[in-house]
Design a protein around this ligand. Structure first.
Ligand SMILES: [Cu+2]
Length: 196
């Protein structure tokens, strides 16, 4: 009995050491000329020789009080996104972007089952509702599962990123896409400034 406990403790210690050795990338995004630094997607671009499978669990974008929530949803290419309607009014979900196959999920009322769409290629797809023209969201399908969305302060963190040299891209709904090479070694920090 004691021996098995000792083995379990050993396994627990070694596995936590493995997790700790993965690096991270964090820092601040500055969105020049914007009231908020939120909604930038910081992500690792294609890693040569590596292909990532989408997670089994579906990502979800909800519609709450006439707002797509979250407003910006990054997913890995191949992922299926579930669109839900939590409001009492009917909403529609469609895009005008070719890279998302110009999908249109039609209209449905709150309480009905969510409808879903798979994003098969890299794409920053605007998500719209033809009932409410002011509604706007974005699904950003990227080549790796290493991504984060900036908060209003601009801060972002990508966890579990193995050490290495990466091409980092920073996407924003209205500012210019930024590309920079970054070497990740343990807990690494990088700040980005986005402009028009
Ligand atoms: Cu709507």
């Amino acid at each position: 009995m004691k021996k098995s406990v000792a083995i379990l403790v050993f396994i627990a210690l070694t596995s936590s050491a493995t997790v700790a050795s993965a690096g991270s990338l964090s820092g601040k995004v500055t969105a020049v000329g914007k009231r908020s630094n939120a909604d930038a997607v910081v992500y690792v671009d294609t890693i040569p020789g590596k292909k990532f499978e989408p997670p089994k669990e579906r990502a979800r974008m909800d519609q709450i009080d006439m707002v797509f929530t979250p407003r910006v949803l990054p997913v890995v290419v191949g992922a299926t996104v579930e669109f839900n309607n939590s409001d009492s009014v009917a909403h529609n979900v469609f895009t005008v972007d070719d890279c998302a196959d110009l999908f249109d999920l039609g209209s449905w009322s709150g309480g009905e089952a969510p409808r879903s769409q798979t994003f098969d290629q890299p794409c920053a797809a605007v998500i719209l509702c033809n009932v409410h023209p002011e509604m706007e969201g974005f699904v950003v399908a990227v080549p790796t599962p290493y991504f984060a969305v900036s908060e209003a302060t601009g801060s972002y963190t990508i966890e579990g990123l193995p050490d290495g040299n990466y091409t980092i891209k920073v996407w924003h709904p209205t500012l210019k896409l930024l590309t920079r090479k970054v070497e990740v070694k343990g807990a690494t920090s990088a700040d980005f400034t986005l402009k028009k």
